[in-house]
Design a protein around this ligand. Structure first.
Ligand code: NAI
Ligand code: MG
Length: 356
């Protein structure tokens, strides 16, 4: 019997609503597969915790999380707490302290009806974005001088270390090689004359070790256009923190929206736990109504199972998502259905159970 220790951080807004459905799926796997069990520990961290305690997580929070095999997070951020605080003091803190330097976001059209792109098929929208997740434009480096004065100056510095750039690019080459796919680097060396010139150089240098991988290099503006007009150009994509953040939202848009987009924050060396989360935020506009789409959070569970080496379950979840997406009434209203969050979860585990 394998027991996986999972830390739950449901967070704010719709976070707890969708995480509950993900946990329902994990509990179902536990019942269906006698070789697997999970132990869950829930942490109440987030904006409500902040309003009570003046901090987003416990002082020794990172220490507490260290012993887990994975962290499953809903969403953080809520009106009443500035977004830069909620983001930096919980989510980005975990990503940094646990050196989760790889952000993996599948851009896969699971149902052809769901793309707003006319005439594009599931075959044409199926790629993986690997986003640098530890430094770059989100390094938090900069200064704020002469605050409030006429001569006020703000500096936000991109930080691209040789170590940080090489390791993400090498990770992407490995992924492309292992899956026999092409690799596209997205940068902006014409305007960012230090950081992105360096990025491109490292991409070419590391590429010498991977002569079998076919590569492309695009500027981020052109790439944004191709994401929409010719997504079939992409198989594996590697890009910086900021560009990856923006591009993957375009990726979400062409595959069915925020309710379906998921992302893993991975520490490949497995020295620290990795963290799995839907890409969407806490959606204050719909929270508490029971109408949030839990499928992105359920897709995260598929990534968790892959990460645990239980790929058969990762696959089973993904194929069940494809199946439920063909039953419109079983979906939430963002996908044109009329089911509640928990009804989607219930139907999902029925379909999953029927598969086994
Ligand atoms: P959001 O992703 O929360 O919402 C954007 C839009 O998508 C809203 O109209 C929302 O109703 C809809 N939406 C999102 N998830 C959905 C779901 N599962 N089902 C149905 N509809 C869904 O982004 P927004 O409004 O910019 O941010 C709200 C808060 O969330 C902010 O405090 C922000 O900082 C935080 N946030 C947190 C993230 C995280 O924890 N990783 C990521 C993005 C935002
Ligand atoms: Mg984002």
């Amino acid at each position: 019997m394998k027991t996986f220790k999972i830390a739950l951080i449901p967070g704010d807004g719709i976070g707890p609503e969708v995480v509950a459905e993900g946990v329902k799926v994990l509990r179902t796997i536990e019942q269906l597969d006698p070789s697997i069990s999970f132990s869950f520990t829930e942490f109440p961290w987030g904006c409500e915790y902040y309003l009570k305690h003046g901090k987003m997580m416990a002082d020794d929070g990172i220490e507490q999380l260290k012993e887990f095999d994975a962290i499953y997070l809903g969403a953080v951020g809520y009106p009443g707490v500035p977004d830069h605080i909620s983001l930096w003091d919980l989510l980005l803190r975990i990503r940094k302290e646990f050196d989760q330097y790889v952000n993996i976001r599948p851009i896969t059209l699971l149902n052809p009806e769901l793309t707003p792109l006319k005439g594009k098929t599931a075959k044409e929208i199926d790629f993986l974005v690997i986003r640098e997740n530890s430094e770059g434009e989100y390094a938090g480096a900069g200064d704020w001088l002469f605050k409030g004065k006429p001569e006020e100056v703000v500096l936000q510095t991109g930080v691209f270390s040789r170590k940080g750039t090489e390791r993400i690019i090498r990770y992407a080459y490995e992924e492309a090689r292992n899956s026999k796919r092409t690799l596209t680097s997205i940068s902006k060396a014409n305007a960012l004359n230090y950081s992105m010139v360096f990025w491109d150089e490292v991409f070419n240098e590391v590429g010498k070790e991977y002569p079998d991988v076919k590569t492309y290099s695009y500027l981020v503006d052109a790439a944004s256009l191709y994401f929409v007009t010719e997504p079939e150009r992409f198989e594996v994509v590697v890009t910086s923190n900021l560009f990856g953040d923006i591009l993957t939202d375009i990726g979400a848009a062409i595959t069915g929206g925020m309710g379906l987009a998921t992302g893993a924050n991975v520490n490949p060396e497995r020295k620290f736990p990795s963290m799995f989360e839907p890409v969407h935020g806490s959606a204050p506009d719909i929270s508490g109504k029971g109408i949030a789409n839990p499928i992105a959070a359920i897709w995260s569970v598929s990534q968790v199972m892959d990460f645990f080496g239980e790929e058969q379950w990762g696959e089973a979840i993904l194929s069940t998502i494809k199946e439920i997406l063909t039953e419109q009434p079983s979906l939430t209203s963002d996908l044109g259905g009329n089911s509640s969050t928990s009804q989607v979860g219930d139907r999902f585990v029925d379909l999953l159970s029927a598969k086994v």
